[in-house]
Design a protein around this ligand. Structure first.
Ligand code: HEM
Length: 391
């Protein structure tokens, strides 16, 4: 394999990581990468196997919470998140969460999303700053309103969540943890208000979680804000980049927009990788791996696996062969931790894309469009700049 100019953990934010993923897909099934200290999974079959393997866990054994978060409010939330825990309790609560999320109808979602978009842009033509804000704040504001927050509270939640997510990367430092702690305090107050309203979605979820899991419910309501935040924004941003590259394919209605964001989530996904830690020795892809091994699952590489996809490097939103088999598109993961917000995220992204793309197209006509990816080891989160005077 040609030596790449970046490591596996830097791939997510490279301008074009896909030739690197393609090389991995042509190499051994589960190579060990010394730079990251991880085994690298890139193929659909290998990643699916790991995600469904009984000894592959979301946290290293004996370390349910990262050391930097221990003893902090954000550490308590982290420890209660379904995303960060394994086992039968996680699965029971996840079934409830999935059922409650599935009860949200497309019509309810459209109403809230349109109201948030209208409030954000109204009749003004958004500038570059407002475009980035719309992309990064709309999904979480929609989610916050679903939890039961009023629009003003949802705006506060959208700002606070940006501070909370600072504690999630492994390299979070003391400043990140303290910003996250302050955000948790504010978010818990906003969520308590929702829980006090017996008719709210949050109260219904908490009731179903039961009296022994009131704190767990509150933590996971905060978790829903954090999960809906960057990944959905990244899906919208990557979809706008695709519209910009192939404007003839830009969606014209909600049905097309849904197909478009689905193909973007395979072709250029916002969550490029996730990790699993082996709790015991295991044989994976025919290879013996020791307990304690870390496997980096390159979900974005799986979207280009030629064993699984026809013409994987072609962007074909409206005639992708076999795209109904969403279960094996791994961009929303699989198994115990498969994303329960997929439908919601796709619908929000499609609605926002349809509204924002015409403004985006107008803006880039009088300016040079550039973007950079925000620092992250797993998120591919574009941030746009429109340089005036370039034309
Ligand atoms: C409304 C928006 C969203 C909500 C409410 C949401 C919610 C969640 C939740 C609660 C989990 C944890 C599930 C568990 O561990 O059992 C999760 C996992 C996940 N979500 Fe989402 N999500 C949203 C958007 C997205 C988007 C846009 C993507 C990427 C395209 C995404 C990708 C993932 C992935 C990859 C995982 C699992 C990671 C792993 O298995 O290690 N999510 N999501």
């Amino acid at each position: 394999m040609t030596k790449p100019l970046f490591t596996a953990l830097q791939a997510a934010t490279q301008p074009d990581p896909y030739p690197y993923y393609t090389e991995l897909l042509q190499g051994p099934l589960l190579p060990y990468d010394t730079a990251s200290g991880c085994y690298l999974g890139s193929r659909v079959a290998v990643i699916s196997g790991v995600l469904q393997h009984p000894v592959a866990r979301v946290r290293p054994v004996g370390q349910p919470v990262p050391a930097a978060l221990q003893g902090h409010r954000c550490g308590e939330v982290f420890a209660a998140l379904l995303r960060m825990t394994d086992g039968s309790r996680q699965q029971q609560l996840k079934v409830i969460l999935q059922r409650q999320l599935a009860a949200i109808t497309p019509a309810q979602l459209t109403d809230i999303c349109e109201a948030v978009l209208h409030e954000a842009i109204g009749s003004v033509r958004p500038d570059a700053t407002q475009i980035n804000q719309l992309i990064y704040q709309t999904p979480v504001r929609v989610m916050a309103q679903f939890l039961g927050m009023q629009p003003a509270a949802a705006r506060l939640a959208a700002t606070a969540i940006a501070d909370f997510v600072r504690c999630l990367p492994a390299q979070a430092d003391a400043a990140d943890v303290s910003a996250a702690d302050a955000a948790v305090l504010q978010l818990q107050q906003l969520i308590q208000h929702c829980l006090q309203d017996a008719t709210s979605w949050s109260a219904a979820l908490s009731d179903e979680f039961g009296t022994t899991a009131v704190q767990v419910a509150a933590a996971n309501l905060l978790g829903l804000l954090s999960q809906s935040y960057e990944a959905t924004a990244g899906l919208i941003a990557n979809s706008l980049i695709r519209c910009n590259q192939q404007p003839d394919l830009a969606p014209k209605d909600q049905r097309q927009a849904l197909l478009f964001v689905r193909e973007v989530s395979r072709f250029d996904p916002p969550v490029q990788n996730t990790r699993r830690f082996l709790a015991e020795d295991a044989v994976i892809a025919g290879q013996h791996l020791p307990a304690g091994a870390t496997i980096l699952l390159l979900l974005a590489a799986a979207g280009r696996d030629p064993q699984h996809w026809t013409a994987p490097d072609q962007f074909r939103p409206y005639d992708r062969p076999g795209h109904s088999a969403v279960a094996t598109d791994l961009s929303f993961s699989l198994g115990a931790h498969q994303c329960p917000g997929r439908q919601l995220a796709e619908q929000i992204a499609a609605l926002v894309l349809l509204v924002v793309w015409p403004h985006f197209r107008d803006l880039r006509q009088g300016a040079e469009l550039r973007w950079h990816y925000q620092p992250s080891v797993n998120g591919r989160l574009a941030w746009f700049h429109f340089d005036k005077g370039a034309h």
